[in-house]
Structure formats: C-alpha cells, structure tokens
Write a protein that binds this ligand. Structure first.
Ligand code: CMC
Length: 431
C-alpha cells in the first residue's frame, strides 16, 4: 500500500532495512517501524512520543505550526461559530454532520440516558464532602462498569454505540452530583427538555425549593467551551484510554482512566491551576516577580495556561475562547473584574518577554476557560470536571474507532532498560 520507502543502514552491522512510508490526507507522513526490531534488533526510543504516531485516526487533525484544528475535516472556527455541542458530538462519533432528523434522533438517544442508577448515588457517600470532584469522577465513572458489564460485548458495534451514548449522557449528571455532594445539597434529576449544557447548569445550580432559569449567556458559553474541548487527537488522556481499551477493558473503566490522566496540571488540570496561579500572583504589581520565577530553572513554578506540546504559534482554541471571554464578561457586566485585568496583563507581559517568545509559549485554551468558568459561578475545583464532560465525546469516538479497527492489537510499548545487570541473590545477613 505504501509507495514510498525510507532505507536505514546500520553503520555497526552494515545491515539495511527498507521501511514503508504512509501518507495521510494531511500532516506529516509516517514511517512504519514495526519491523525495526525483527529486522535490525533495535527498539526505537522516543520519550514523550515527540515523533511517534501511536495509531492512525480519521477523527481530528491538528497542525501545530499553523494553529489548525479540524474535527473530521471541519475547521474548529466554523464549528464554534455555527454548530452546537451535540451536533459536534455526532460529527466526532459518526464522521458526518447530522441531517436534521439524525440530529433529532441523536439528541433523543442522548437525553434518554441522562439518569443514573439510584444505587450509583451511594458511591458519593463514600467520599468526604471535601474530596476533590475529579477523584469522585474517577470513582463514580469507573463504577459504571459494574452496572453495565455483563450486558456489554465490546465486539458488537451496537453495544459500543450504546456505551458511548450512555457515557456522553451521564457525564453531566455525574459531574453535577459531585458538586451537589461537596456543598451538601440534594442531587437534581436531569431535565430532558433542556439543552445539554442547560441541563448541566440546572443540575448544578437549581434547588428543589426555588425556581431556576438557565441563563442563555452561560448556556451558550458552556456549549462553545465544550465544542472547543470535545477532542484533541492523541493527547495524554485519549492515549491513556486507547492504551487501556486496547486490552479489551470495559469502556466505562477506560474512561475513568482517561479522567485520571486529564486531572494532571500539565493537561486538563491546567484550567484549575490557572486560577490558583492568578490568586497567588494576587495583583498586577507582582507579575514581574512571577514571570522571573517561571523563567528560573531552579524554581518549579510555571506559568499555567501557557505552552503546548503541539501548538507552536498559537492555539486556535485560545483565539476563539479569548474572544468569547471578552463577550461573556461584557454581557455579564464583569469586564472590570480584577481577576480578568490581572490575566490580561499577565498575558501581555509574557507575550512580550524573550523567554516565552523564543520557546514559542503562548496562552493555551485553559488560560481563558478558567476565567469564563469563574464568572459563570462554577467553583474552581470543578473546572477540570467540566473539561472531562466535553472530552468524553472525543474519548468515546477514539475508543470506538480503535475497537472497530479489525487490525487492532493490544498496545505494548518497549523500553530501553538501564537498571542493574544480572546479579545473584545475597542472603539478608550478608548484605
Ligand atoms: N512556563 C514556563 N516555562 C515553560 C512553560 C510554562 N508554562 N511551558 C514550557 N516551558 C519551557 C520549559 O521549561 C522548556 O524550557 P527549556 O527549553 O529552557 O528547558 C521549554 O519551555 C519547553 O517545555 P517542555 O516542558 O519541554 O514542553 P512540553 O511540550 O513537554 O510541555 C506543556 C507542554 C503544556 C506540558 C508545558 O508547556 C506546560 O507545562 N504548560 C503549563 C501547563 C498547561 O497550561 N497545560 C495545558 C495544556 S493545553 C490543555 C490540554 O491540552 O490539556
């Protein structure tokens, strides 16, 4: 199938191997090194996967140099302006934008699965009220596997589809319950006449004793943030899910592993970390001190919400969300919020600093998403939970693509061993 090849000669043994080059529809071509070990006896070494494609995929395309992000070929800018989160979910899962009746059917399918089993609620009581909601998410989403294990055959495409719908539908219910548990309020049942994001806001902020009306500004802002976060090809959490799923593990348990990976501050936890950082900086006067700390190699402090492994010029999601951030603050009358002023000043100082310019460190999507969440009244420790709701769509789309691939095999990376050479056991009294 591959017309081009690359020839590698081992200068030590003189052996030569010809390896196929695969061309995708966009982006760099890939050299197939699967025969490298059998032919030359070497494994390849690429810590952090800087040059390694772990799979082939037709879901999301990123060009980090040009700041391009496409879902199934559609530019993120067009989807952000014209689409909705559930339409994007359909696109990511099935490869095409839905026709009107398909969108109605898909929305019905998702809303049919929004309730959670009543006994699942007992899991929340095992967590103290001050437990981090991401810890609760890992536990509760993982425990969904206990509810659907026997009836789920992942080799059956229909079963996979139902599992995907269940996950997308139940994530807002599970997430809102995390929040309600932390503040000691009763869980709110989903309302299927509301939009996906309207329902989430209602489950988080309504109480049984009062009328709650979903704010359309908040609803639209959340929908946009969710579109921007829906997928991002082979990032750490998605790769975790593919790796876990490659052993044919239960998809609910796999998504729990993705939530755990997402929680880290270098990944999805950055949105929460941005707010903690802004709190720590405290005022515009302290910015120079923190910029110096971020540049100091002996100081672990980093500017959270800055930098990205793939985007080297700008993060297209950040451009869109920055605009939305201004709009939301203006609409809600919070444009003079000191936190936002501090964030904008920090952004300006860092963008003009040689250290950040030379390393191509720009604000990423999470620099702004946290600020929007904050003005919408979402508590800081729920920020990464919000990210996990949106990314569930990408996770299940990537999982379905992988399991549906007839050539799928268990993922099993190799290593460069640099531990002790073989040695003999020494009795305890002679050590
Ligand atoms: N503040 C200060 N210095 C930084 C930062 C930062 N935020 N990010 C990278 N650097 C420096 C780093 O010290 C290194 O410098 P040098 O070449 O002198 O050693 C250079 O830039 C390259 O950094 P790296 O750690 O090798 O880059 P990476 O591609 O491995 O890491 C990253 C990417 C996103 C983990 C990193 O930039 C970072 O920690 N950023 C802050 C956390 C953050 O905002 N994460 C959210 C990412 S976007 C949401 C998502 O997709 O999950």
């Amino acid at each position: 199938m591959a017309k081009d090849t690359v020839t590698i000669t081992d200068n030590v043994t003189g052996k030569t191997v010809e390896l196929p080059i695969y061309h995708g529809t966009q982006g760099p071509a890939a050299v197939d090194i699967s025969r490298f070990y059998s032919e030359l006896g070497y494994v390849t070494y690429d810590p952090g996967f800087q040059s390694t494609a772990s799979c082939h995929s037709s879901i999301t395309y990123i060009d980090g140099q040009q700041g391009v992000l496409q879902y199934r070929g559609y530019p993120i800018e067009q989807l952000a302006e014209k689409s909705s989160f559930l339409e994007v979910a359909h696109l990511l899962l099935y490869g095409e934008l839905p026709k009107q009746e398909e969108l109605v059917g898909f929305t019905r399918n998702i809303t049919r699965h929004t309730m959670i089993n009543e006994t699942l609620k007992n899991f929340y009581n095992g967590f103290n009220h001050d437990a981090h909601p991401m810890a609760i998410m890992v536990g509760v989403v993982g425990s969904l596997s206990a509810f659907y294990h026997d009836a789920l055959d992942i080799r059956n495409p229909q079963h996979r589809e139902i599992a995907a719908h269940r996950l997308i539908a139940k994530m807002p219910t599970i997430a809102a319950a995390c929040y309600k548990h932390s503040i000691g309020e009763p869980f709110v049942y989903p309302r299927n006449n509301l939009s996906y994001c309207g329902n989430l806001l209602n489950m988080m902020f309504s109480v049984p004793c009062e009328e709650y009306v979903v704010d359309p500004v908040a609803e639209r802002a959340l929908d946009l943030i969710f579109i921007l976060h829906a997928d991002h090809e082979q990032n750490a959490s998605t790769s975790t899910i593919r790796l876990a799923g490659s052993s044919a593990a239960n998809p609910f348990a796999c998504v729990a592993s993705g939530i755990a990976a997402l929680w880290g501050p270098a990944h999805g936890g950055a949105n929460e970390a941005v707010l903690h950082m802004l709190d720590e900086i405290g005022s515009v006067d302290n910015i120079p001190k923190y910029i110096e700390k971020a540049k100091d190699k002996n100081d672990p402090f980093r500017l959270m919400g800055f930098g990205h492994r793939i985007y080297r010029n700008f993060d297209p999601r950040a451009t869109l969300i920055r605009k939305m951030c201004h709009e939301v603050l203006t609409k809600l009358g919070k444009q003079d919020d000191p936190l936002f002023e501090l964030a904008l000043k920090l952004e300006e100082v860092a963008l003009n600093d040689d250290y950040f310019k030379e390393r191509k460190l720009y604000p990423n999507v999470d620099f702004y998403s946290g600020i929007i969440y904050k003005v919408l009244g979402i508590p800081t420790n729920m920020f990464t939970v919000m990210f996990s709701i949106a990314r569930t769509v990408g996770w299940v789309a990537q999982w379905m693509e992988m399991i549906g691939d007839p050539n799928q095999r268990i993922a099993r990376p190799r290593q460069l061993y640099d531990g002790a050479a073989k040695r003999d056991y020494v009795q305890v009294d002679r050590r």
